[in-house]
Design a protein around this ligand. Sequence first.
Ligand SMILES: N[C@@H](CCC(=O)N[C@@H](CS)C(=O)NCC(=O)O)C(=O)O
Length: 268
Amino acid sequence: MESMGKGLKIFSYLPNPRVWKAEIAAKIADVPLEIIGDKPSEIPNWLWDTDPKKLSEADKKDLKEFERIGKRGFNSSLYKTDRFIELIPFGTVPAAFSLDGKTGIFESNSILRAVARQDTQKHLYGKNHFEASRIDSFLDSGLVFSREHQEYLFGLENMHESLYRRMQSAYEFFLNGVEESLKSTSHIGFNFLTIVDISFFCDFSQFLREGHYEEKLKEKGFNLISENFPEEYTLTYRHLMKLAKIEEFSTTTGTYLDWYKRKLQDPS
Ligand SMILES: N[C@@H](CCC(=O)N[C@@H](CS)C(=O)NCC(=O)O)C(=O)O
């Protein structure tokens, strides 16, 4: 296979748990990453491109041709170049590019895979093609869960019955599978750490942010979906907490889960 050099360039709003997937894997596998971005409120002032840059108001007037209205999560104007859309046709971030800028990679799990494919020692993407495919199976299931929780998190300010029920059912289905797998292996689906654990950790930590909207949900008559997570899915809960202690995880996510750990200690 043609060698393109080791590494990856990523553009996103930051911090973003979807970017952490690649960051954690890159730390474990020693793959260089260039991460470019800004806080979510500033990302409409950036040129979404293989060579992203911050734009002034004057730049924005000159680049009017690239102005597009956000479709998922953003409802303001975003400046996405034609080259960006050519390489990232769904127009989402995180967006990753090969070092020569010729190949666009989108979907955070695929960006994670792109890092893991550059790992030659840690077997983050399994030890053979069958294990890699089994890893893909878990990642596909995880994407279904994370797509549901994306819509759910967007809707938290104003929850309604059908959105809540969809999330509840996706949560139960996904966590049942993860819990089952942890009955026979130390990690999800395997007896060693893989990108399944990394993807799960980042997506599930993001989902747990529903906890910040407990009052808003209660006002509409709903409980937190993860209310009894530690008791109902004990193995999964323990696994999440175990992963949180691994250095490459904790140095990437910082204090993100601290509020949740505090909440568990003081459930009042
Ligand atoms: N499943 C995707 C989700 C990516 C996504 O939906 N990104 C949104 C922000 S949360 C986006 O880039 N939206 C661009 C827009 O609104 O046009 C992943 O894991 O990368």
